[in-house]
Design a protein around this ligand. Structure first.
Ligand SMILES: Cc1cc2nc3c(=O)[nH]c(=O)nc-3n(C[C@H](O)[C@H](O)[C@H](O)COP(=O)(O)OP(=O)(O)OC[C@H]3O[C@@H](n4cnc5c(N)ncnc54)[C@H](O)[C@@H]3O)c2cc1C
Length: 428
C-alpha cells in the first residue's frame, strides 16, 4: 500500500478495532470517517470484562494521550478453588483487566476527543480529520477504479448515502456486513454454535460479603466441575470507578447446552423472541434464571453462589468461533480486522488483543517495514492459531475425550502449516 498523504479512509464499525485503526491513521495525517450503526455516543459494555493483552498494552502505550488515570486493573494471577472454597492452586500470571466501556471511551477520547465520565478532559491530537458518524449502517461496497464506493443507510432518515474511499476497513464485528459483501453465502452461518453457553453477570464489589472479597483477592478465580466452569475477575465500575468497592466482580459461567430444545427455551426472551447468539441484559425470562440459580446453589462453591444470586442483570451468550478465508479484498482497498476477521471463543480473552495486533501490523505496512501481502498472511495466521487455541481451551473444559484430542490435533496441524508456509515465503 502506497502511503500517499492523505488517504481518505472509511472504517465500518466504531468499537474497539475501528477506533484503534482510526487513531493510528489520523495520527499519521490520514482522514478517517467511522461509520457506526449505533445512534448514540453513549454506549454500554456488557460488563463482561476485557483483558488488555500484550498488544492492547503496546497500542495504548504508543497512542493513548489521555494519561490522567489508568485504563485497567492489575490482576496478580489465576487461583483455583474447590467446592469447599479452599485454595487448590495459584498460577502466577499477571493480567490487566478492564471493561469494554473503559476502552471505548478512552479510544474515543483519543480519536475524536469525545468528553465522557471516563475521560472528562479529552482532547484529540491526530492531524487528519476524525469523524465518528453515528447511525450509519453499511449497505454495500463497489470497486470504482482505484477507489471504493461505500453505500450506507442513514438510520435517522432512512436515506442511502454514498461515499468514496481509498481504503475501507471492515471493523464491524462478528456479523460483519463488510465480510458478507464478499461472502454472501455465509449469511446466518457466521457464528456456528459450539454446544455450550456463557452465562455472564456482574456484582458491585461493595455489595458482596467481606468473606467473598477476601477470598477473591483481586485474582482471576476459577471453580471447575464436569461440563461446567465458572470464573470471576475484577473490572472497573460502569462509570470507570477503579477504587475498591466501586469496581465490578464480573463472572463468566460456561455450561454445556447441546439440546436444541433447551437452547431455544433459554434464548427466548421475555417478549417470546428467540435469539441466536446473545440474550442481552434485561431480556432473560425470570424462570430461566431461577433454574440457573438453583443449579448454582446445588453445585458451585459459595463465593460463586453469592455472585450468581446477587447478579441483577445476568445475560447469556452462545459460544461460537469463526475465521474468514481472506483479510484483504479489491486489491487491498478493503480489509477486515478484529472480530470481523476472526471470532474466538472467550476462554483465552484475546479478542481486543487481535484488534490491536491487526492495527500494529498495518502500521508496519505504512512505515514501509512490511507489505499488504505479509499483513494478510500475518493477521490470518494470528486469527487461525488463536481461534484454534480457543477451541482447544473450550474442548478441554467442556468436553474432554475425542473433541479435545481432535482440537489439539488440528492446533498441531495449524502450527506445522504455519512453519512450512513461513519457510516457503522466506525462500521465495
Ligand atoms: C456495545 C458493545 C459492548 C461490548 N462489550 C463487551 C464486553 O463487555 N466484553 C467483551 O469481551 N467484549 C465485548 N464486546 C465485544 C468486543 O468489543 C470484541 O469482542 C472485541 O473487542 C473486538 O472488537 P471489534 O471492534 O472487532 O468488534 P465489535 O466490538 O463487535 O464492534 C463492531 C462494531 O461495528 C458496528 N457495526 C456492526 N455492523 C455494522 C454495520 N453494518 N454498519 C455500521 N456499523 C456496524 C457495531 O455496532 C459495533 O460498534 C462488546 C462489543 C460492543 C459493540
Amino acid at each position: 500500500m502506497d502511503e500517499k498523504l492523505p488517504l481518505n479512509v472509511v472504517i465500518v464499525g466504531g468499537s474497539i478495532a475501528g477506533l484503534m485503526h482510526g487513531i493510528m491513521l489520523t495520527r499519521r495525517g490520514h482522514h478517517v470517517r467511522i461509520l457506526e450503526q449505533s445512534t448514540d455516543n453513549i454506549r454500554h459494555g456488557q460488563a463482561a470484562g476485557i483483558r488488555a493483552g500484550p498488544e492492547v498494552q503496546r497500542f495504548l502505550k504508543e497512542f493513548d494521550q489521555y494519561k490522567a488515570q489508568p485504563y485497567a486493573l492489575d490482576c496478580p494471577g489465576m487461583q483455583f478453588i474447590n467446592n469447599k472454597s479452599e485454595y487448590k492452586r495459584f498460577i502466577n500470571f499477571p493480567m490487566q483487566q478492564t471493561s469494554w466501556t473503559m476502552l471505548y471511551y478512552r479510544l474515543r477520547a483519543n480519536f475524536d476527543g469525545l468528553v465522557s465520565k471516563h475521560c472528562p478532559n479529552a482532547a484529540r491530537s491526530g492531524t487528519g480529520e476524525a469523524i465518528y458518524d453515528l447511525g450509519k449502517q453499511l449497505v454495500s461496497l463497489t470497486e470504482r477504479n482505484s477507489q471504493v464506493e461505500v453505500e450506507c443507510k442513514d438510520l435517522s432518515t432512512g436515506k442511502t448515502l454514498s461515499l468514496v474511499a481509498d481504503l475501507v476497513i471492515g471493523a464491524d464485528g462478528s456479523h460483519s456486513a463488510v465480510r458478507r459483501n464478499f461472502f454472501p453465502a455465509q449469511r446466518g452461518q457466521d457464528r456456528p454454535y459450539a454446544g455450550y453457553l456463557a452465562w455472564r453477570g456482574g456484582v458491585l464489589e461493595s455489595e458482596v460479603s467481606d468473606e467473598t472479597r477476601s477470598l477473591l483477592k483481586n485474582n482471576f478465580t476459577v471453580f471447575k466441575m464436569p461440563k461446567n466452569y465458572i470464573l470471576v475477575y475484577t473490572i472497573p465500575g460502569s462509570d470507570g470507578g477503579m477504587e475498591p468497592g466501586q469496581r465490578i466482580l464480573n463472572f463468566v459461567w460456561y455450561h454445556n447446552c447441546p439440546d436444541e430444545g433447551d437452547f431455544r427455551s433459554i434464548m427466548t426472551d421475555t417478549a417470546g423472541v428467540v435469539h441466536r447468539t446473545t440474550l442481552q441484559p434485561g431480556m432473560m425470562r425470570p424462570e430461566i434464571w431461577k433454574h440457573q440459580v438453583q443449579f448454582a446453589k446445588d453445585h458451585l462453591a459459595a463465593p460463586f453462589v453469592e455472585l450468581v444470586e446477587k447478579s441483577a442483570e445476568p445475560f447469556v451468550a452462545a459460544v461460537s468461533d469463526n475465521l474468514c478465508a481472506s483479510a484483504t479484498f479489491l486489491n487491498d482497498k478493503v480489509i477486515l480486522v478484529g472480530d470481523a476477521l476472526a471470532l474466538f471463543r472467550p476462554h483465552i480473552a484475546l479478542s481486543a488483543n487481535q484488534a490491536a495486533y491487526d492495527c500494529l501490523e498495518l502500521q508496519k505496512v505504512l512505515d514501509g517495514q512490511s507489505t499488504m501481502a505479509k499483513w494478510n498472511r500475518k493477521v490470518l495466521w494470528y486469527g487461525e492459531a488463536t481461534r484454534q487455541l480457543s477451541i482447544v481451551s473450550g474442548s478441554f473444559s467442556q468436553f474432554g475425550g475425542w473433541p479435545l484430542v481432535k482440537s489439539v490435533a488440528v492446533y498441531g496441524f495449524v502450527l506445522s502449516k504455519h512453519k512450512v508456509l513461513s519457510f516457503y515465503h522466506a525462500l521465495f
